[in-house]
Write a protein that binds this ligand. Structure first.
Ligand code: ATP
Ligand code: MG
Length: 395
């Protein structure tokens, strides 16, 4: 048997409704582990998973992706006696020495107040076999390794704590429709909203053959990766070539990118209604490109019938890239298949579009029917916990 422990973060700040959040965290954890025999429980700010070795890979995948915990570790367990704690601390110390640690300290927590020693005494006495063995020296200020001892309904002893995604469990805050392109930004935007507890459904506009099949496959891969955090997500793939051609034909060249965003918003409104979304999410960041000046973002927002959330609006590229590395979308996002064709990109895009002009230009396109047709011809893919689930064709 192996035991893992996850530390619960922000949830502990919740008041009397904490149980609702805890229940959701448990439900989400079980969803990842439904094909395993792992046992999941939650107690006093800790998530515990007991599993057989064959399921450990899936358990670690879960703990790396589960939103709502601040950190996790594989942990040893011991009897609730100081002698057994000392032995288990020694075992943990030996493993740390093998990995190169030369100094240590113990951080002890007594969750079970009936245990006869207090936290300080557990820390001092728990280390005694390690002192005697001369394996490592104590360094309370800057140790190579911290050995944690937690005395709760069982004793947990572990050393390396991995970082997790933090945030609130997915499913506690509404549903967002994420406009997902193949770039770096929008997957991170989706992840950021998932961390606020939001369920995410994705939407990608493609202009085949002007954008390639590879560009679409890249977005599918991004949606799959996002589903590892969001438990479940759908990707709606909307064929937008005819709409793009219409924009090229009728809109002033400098407006073409902004008009494309407007038409995307119009389609997103339809999809949002169909999938019961509560808001639309994009990866825009103020000033990053011409279409993301405040004026142009206002134009796009004007056409949205849902609150438009832009979680990256105040982030710089380095912060966004750090997130992309952390969630594992970076390598896919930088693949060279563009989600928009140079044929449709204006040489001098408008920088400060006005809403009145946008309305007139959009009306002149007479694109409502085309947008509706594109929406109706969408293709849908489903991803659960990092895997694609093949949907049956509707008949
Ligand atoms: P990203 O890195 O997410 O592609 P970007 O910096 O390239 O963003 P834009 O291309 O201006 O910025 O797009 C702004 C936002 O509009 C994107 O973050 C995304 O939410 C949405 N978007 C752009 N193109 C598409 C598309 N083809 N399909 C779906 N959404 C898109
Ligand atoms: Mg882009």
């Amino acid at each position: 048997m192996m035991t893992y422990l996850g530390k619960i973060g922000e949830l502990t700040l919740k008041g009397s409704n904490i149980h609702t959040f805890e229940k959701l965290l448990l439900k989400n954890t079980k969803e990842y582990l439904k094909d395993t025999g792992a046992k999941v429980s939650l107690n006093a700010g800790r998530l515990y998973i007991d599993c057989e070795e064959k399921d450990s890979e899936q358990v670690e995948f879960t703990l790396r992706h589960l939103i709502g915990i601040t950190g996790w570790a594989q942990t040893k367990t011991s009897e609730k006696t100081i002698e057994d704690i000392q032995k288990t601390v020694l075992e943990t110390a030996k493993e740390a020495v093998q990995k190169g640690a030369k100094s240590f300290k113990i951080e002890a927590k007594r969750g079970d107040k009936k245990f006869p020693l207090n936290s300080y005494e557990i820390a001092c006495q728990g280390a005694s076999l390690v002192y005697d063995s001369g394996l490592m020296e104590v360094n309370v200020h800057n140790p190579d390794v911290i050995i944690y001892v937690e005395v709760r309904e069982r004793c947990f002893i572990y050393s390396v704590a991995e970082k997790s995604c933090r945030g609130l469990p997915v499913g506690c805050s509404n549903k967002g429709l994420l406009l997902l392109s193949g770039g770096l930004d929008s997957p991170v935007a989706g992840y950021r909203m998932m961390r606020r507890g939001m369920k995410i459904e994705c939407c990608y506009f493609h202009s085949y053959p002007y954008t390639s099949i590879e560009a679409q496959q890249k977005v599918e891969e991004l949606a799959r990766t996002l589903s590892a955090y969001g438990i479940q997500t759908y990707l709606n793939i909307i064929p937008f070539t005819d709409v793009q051609m219409k924009i090229k034909e009728k809109a002033p060249e400098e407006w073409s990118t902004l008009m494309l965003r407007v038409c995307m918003m119009k389609a997103a409104n339809m999809l949002g209604f169909r999938v019961h979304a509560d808001c639309i999410v994009t990866g825009e960041s103020l000033g990053q490109v011409a279409s993301q000046t405040l004026e142009n973002m206002n134009v796009t927002e004007h056409f949205a019938e849902y609150p438009l959330l832009r979680p990256l609006v105040g982030m710089d590229k380095e912060e966004i890239m750090a997130d992309a590395h952390f969630i594992g979308t970076y390598d896919t996002s930088i693949l060279p298949y563009e989600d928009c064709c140079v044929l449709f990109s204006p040489r001098h895009p408008i920088l400060r579009g006005r809403i009145e002009d946008a309305e007139k230009i959009f009306a002149s396109l007479e694109a409502d029917e085309l947008i509706k047709t594109a929406f109706e011809n969408r293709q849908i893919k489903k991803f659960v916990c990092g895997k694609e689930v093949i949907l049956k064709e509707e008949v």
